[in-house]
Design a protein around this ligand. Structure first.
Ligand SMILES: NC(=O)c1ccc[n+]([C@@H]2O[C@H](COP(=O)([O-])OP(=O)(O)OC[C@H]3O[C@@H](n4cnc5c(N)ncnc54)[C@H](OP(=O)(O)O)[C@@H]3O)[C@@H](O)[C@H]2O)c1
Length: 333
């Protein structure tokens, strides 16, 4: 092991409570959905994990299916942990999830007790860990009784294989019920992980933040709308190494001339705040105290550093700025 963490790593980061739990998360968390699989550059992946920790990020977010291929992000993170961060295990919050397709047949998907317990076992092996800090149910399952899913989550906490549990992609009504059931089971839900950004307001329309109150925290994914809310598409071009060029989760067709114009208008608001567009998008989410953390998904250390700098360059939003942002987003088609 030749990595020594930066001694000033806790100096600039903010730490926020996850719901009503005793657990605090770094205001920024690093997500390993896309850029840490077998096809990615191992040295860059390691530099990003170490750089994130040096910047005060304590929370690293995974899922059984992150890669590509599925499982490879957990394997790679496990290797990085072993090589450089293992002596800092008690300073790390590592999460994983199960809920999407992971293996063939009826037991490798959704929300049954069979799937969730087997999947966590597999994740722990890939990560080389005895426990994860947070285990999430990744998406609601319309065909499994919520009571069964909740009992499985509660079980892994009692087994000591997860310290806390959360849910992800649950809408207001189902989130409220899951939170109640988990509370009754004695293993409170500490987080709901949801898509939220300047461009994606569906959780506002659903009333999710109000429905959850302060019972569980909210952790936001895709804060940059997968890169749209950054400088990379402002000139309308699509770089070969971008998520839009890859085309699986962000389509080239999402980068229309009209949208590029609106992104430039948002960028002008960011510039008046002395921030990059990515930094303003992150700051915009963190202005709501109910947001426990924002999950950033950088592909390079330069992107990571720019995103971490959102905390240093942050200032509160004026009403005029918020209105200008909403007016621009109101024209987004
Ligand atoms: N629970 C769920 O269902 C769920 C779903 C999705 C994500 N998540 C979690 O949330 C995390 C983040 O999601 P996300 O990857 O969609 O987040 P995101 O931050 O919206 O998108 C990440 C992408 O944006 C680009 N980017 C990031 N910082 C940039 C910068 N400063 N300048 C220019 N481009 C920048 C990169 O794109 P390029 O690759 O094009 O450079 C990067 O791959 C995931 O890793 C995962 O942990 C959870």
């Amino acid at each position: 092991m030749n990595y020594t963490a930066h001694p000033a790593r806790y100096g600039t980061m903010e730490y926020r409570r996850a719901g009503q739990s005793g657990l605090k998360l770094s205001a920024l968390s690093l997500g390993l959905w896309h850029n840490f699989g077998h096809g990615s550059d191992i040295d860059e992946a390691k530099a990003m994990v170490e750089g994130a920790f040096d910047g005060g990020i304590t929370h690293f977010d995974l899922a059984n299916n992150y890669g590509p291929p599925p499982g490879s992000a957990e394997e790679r993170f496990g290797k990085i942990l072993k090589e450089s961060l293992c002596s800092y295990r008690d300073e790390l919050i590592i999460s994983t999830k199960a809920g999407y397709t992971m293996w063939p047949g009826p037991y490798g998907d959704w929300g049954s007790r069979k799937y969730l317990i087997a999947s966590l076992e597999q994740s722990l092996k890939r990560l080389g860990l005895e426990y994860v800090d947070i285990f999430y149910h990744h998406r609601p399952d319309p065909n499994t009784p919520l009571e069964e899913t909740v009992q499985a989550l509660s079980h892994v906490v009692r087994q000591g294989k997860a310290l806390y549990v959360g849910i992800s992609n649950y809408k207001a009504k189902e989130a409220k019920r899951a939170i109640e059931l988990l509370k009754e089971a004695g293993t409170p839900c500490i987080l709901n992980q949801v898509r939220y950004s300047i461009l994606d307001r569906s959780i506002e329309k659903d009333g999710l933040l109000d429905a959850m109150g302060n019972q569980a925290g909210t952790i936001c994914f895709s804060p940059l709308a997968q890169g749209l809310l950054s400088s990379k598409y402002l000139d309308g071009s699509i770089a070969d190494d971008s998520r839009a060029a890859e085309g699986q989760f962000l389509k080239k067709s999402a980068i229309t001339n009209e949208r590029v114009g609106l992104l430039n208008e948002l960028n002008a608001v960011a510039q008046r705040r002395a921030q990059s567009l990515a930094q303003m998008a992150i700051s915009w989410l963190l202005r709501d105290e109910r947001v426990s953390s924002v999950l950033i998904g950088a592909r390079t250390t330069a992107q990571l550093n720019e995103n971490i700098d959102a905390l240093r360059s942050r200032s509160s939003f004026t009403n005029d700025e918020l209105k200008a942002i909403d007016d621009i987003v109101g024209r987004w088609r």
